[in-house]
Design a binder for this molecule. Structure first.
Ligand code: N01
Length: 553
């Protein structure tokens, strides 16, 4: 058991885990606006989180950069110029670094440091955190900003270690880049990462073979450079854009539906789908308002995309294989692409379905499926992430009575609002399971959580509260509410990472609140206004030095 009274342990008001978009903002908010003594620990050698690790060819955001960026500081949004509608990964990483410098947060972030364990101490109402570097630190508040998609999932294929070529994972890409020129390359997976990288790998490789288990719905990104005039117009209207985004379902303005299936003239629906296909991104699949609730509506939209595949792909057999049939469109993450389906018209690209005959094993020279051995120089695993809970599961959180978070979540992640967990006092999770983040522009969700947590901490300090804990009742009620909303939709019918279904043995729980960011924000605001029902407070922890000042002030 770690001692909480050892004075040699550096003590902070707050410890932040991670220095991605959440961590950068947390350090700034808590340090510069609340005046707290803050320390962040980050596993990577740089800031940026997802955008630090996911450097595969074609990686870019798929919410417009005008929205997929911080809104809390007008100087930042006025100074920064996005060059494309959907910025590429190097530009987003430059942006994260620019913000970190501008806000001068680096001095409070310890890089190359993985938090391994965090232990709650009931006597002092503090957490003691220990890291792989041997660093130990103590704080009143512990806040995770560990990301939703930060732990790559690598299936254990037999014989993987015997393969003589190189194996890469899209979620942990070499920083020096990979030159596929003239190589025979295999890609496993056809999710968003594969869909972004396949067209670019195909341009370099001598041969590219894609192993597809589940065909994925994707719609054109219609990415393009941003003109100077557009940039100026956006900067002039940022205040309004951001306000609208905060009041929206997904933290971004998406074109409105025309109405439910059957209630709008079919020719109008079809025409609108055609129009949106040419440039509306996610809006393409929201022409029908009941697309995610009615299977008839969904079939209509799904079939529209399947027809498009046949229009684009020359070989009808390949087009047939690319047709998604295993889930309703939108119930697994929709992808946005640039030339994905057209890539299968290239002479050097081959599609292999591993739906009926799975990958049997890796050999020294490649991949074996049934009776066929495919030979490669390099294999790319675009096999996704242990989403939402993966990064938290890898840290040993020991809460009240030493109970671990992994134990608490053994039958599925449970959280109140995706912000706190019963049994883990003074621990806040930015974009934790059960909040809307997964289905939103995640930066909008991150900003909301950081601001809500900061307000709560300010309240606690003003009131002399040293301990807060989610009640089991509030947590159960929230979990039931999240599940109830999911059950009213088609989402649970898909074996998606939203359900934890991509990780063998992971309990199936729908990991997102479906009520929309706007309603969720209202709910969180009301909870704050009402004095934080659903949390119990105590004030008998010895005050930290900075708290004596705060309460006395
Ligand atoms: O991962 P995925 P991803 N044998 O889980 C297949 C975000 N993102 O990294 O569907 C064969 O979607 C698996 O097959 P199946 C975005 O939220 C955003 O692509 O399980 N195949 C699937 O095809 C996204 O949803 C952007 O049958 C195997 C693929 O691997 C999330 O990250 C860009 C297999 C994994 O797809 C994850 O996307 C990229 C096996 N044993 C990612 N195991 C933006 O545009 C797995 N697969 C911002």
């Amino acid at each position: 058991m770690m001692s909480s009274t050892t004075e040699t342990i550096p003590t902070y008001d707050a410890i932040v885990i991670g220095a991605g978009f959440a961590g950068i903002y947390l350090v700034h908010k808590l340090r510069d606006e609340l005046g707290l003594h803050v320390k962040a620990f980050e596993r990577g050698a740089g800031v940026g989180g997802t955008w630090y690790w996911n450097r595969y060819p074609g990686a870019r955001c798929d919410f417009e950069s005008d929205y997929y960026s911080y809104s809390f500081n007008d100087e930042i949004q006025q100074e920064w110029d996005w060059t494309e509608r959907y910025a590429p990964q190097p530009e987003i990483l430059r942006y994260a670094n620019y913000v970190a410098d501008k806000l001068d947060v680096r001095r409070d972030i310890e890089l190359n440091t993985t938090v391994e364990r965090a232990v709650w101490d009931e006597a002092s109402h503090t957490w003691t955190v220990s890291c792989d570097t041997g660093v130990t630190a103590r704080a009143r508040y512990l806040i995770s900003g560990t990301g939703i998609l930060s732990v790559p999932s690598t299936p254990k294929f037999e014989g993987m270690d015997t393969f003589k070529g190189k194996i890469y994972h899209t979620g942990d890409w070499p920083h020096e880049g990979v030159d596929f020129t003239g190589l025979r390359v295999g890609v496993i997976g056809t999710g968003s990462s594969a869909i972004q990288s396949i067209p670019l790998i195909a341009e370099e490789a001598a041969q590219l073979t894609v192993f597809q288990r589940t065909a994925t719905f994707t719609v054109p990104a219609a990415n393009r450079p941003v003109t100077e005039n557009e940039r100026r117009a956006t900067k002039r209207s940022y205040a309004q854009l951001r306000a609208q985004a905060r009041r929206s379902q997904t933290g971004v303005l998406i074109e409105q539906p025309l109405g439910p299936y059957g209630e709008v003239d079919e020719r109008i629906v079809r025409g609108e789908l055609e129009r949106r296909w040419r440039g509306s991104g996610f809006g393409t699949t929201s022409v029908l308002s009941d697309n995610l609730r009615s299977i008839e509506a969904n079939n209509y939209t799904s079939q529209f995309v399947r027809d498009k595949i046949h229009e684009i792909v020359d070989d009808p057999e390949v087009a047939k294989l690319l047709e998604p049939h295993d889930y309703p469109i939108g119930t697994k993450r929709l992808a946005l692409d640039t030339n994905y389906y057209a890539t299968y018209n290239r002479e050097n690209v081959k599609l292999v379905s591993v739906r009926k005959t799975p990958i049997e094993r890796f050999s020294q020279s490649g991949i074996v499926v049934g009776d066929t051995e495919y030979e490669f120089d390099a294999i790319v695993l675009a096999t996704g992430f242990d989403a939402a809970t993966g990064a938290l599961d890898r840290i040993r959180f020991e809460g009240v009575d030493g109970r671990t978070l992994t134990d608490a979540w053994a039958e599925g992640a449970k959280s109140y609002l995706g912000l706190g967990v019963a049994g883990f006092p003074n621990f806040f999770t930015v974009t934790g399971p059960g909040c809307p983040a997964i289905l939103t522009n995640v930066i909008a969700s991150i900003e909301h959580h950081v601001e809500w947590i900061a307000d709560y901490i300010e309240h606690m300090r003003a009131e002399g509260i040293t301990r807060t804990e989610v009640t089991a009742e509030a947590q159960e009620a929230w979990v039931a509410h999240v599940a109830e909303l999911a059950a009213m939709t088609l989402y649970p019918t898909a074996a998606s990472w939203y359900m934890g279904a991509n990780i063998p043995g992971k309990p199936r729980v729908f990991l997102a609140y479906l009520g929309g960011l706007h309603n969720y924000r209202d709910r969180c605001d009301k909870i704050a206004e009402d004095g934080y029902p659903g949390f119990v407070h105590a004030s008998d922890g010895a005050p930290l030095a900075s708290e004596q000042v705060a309460v006395g002030a």
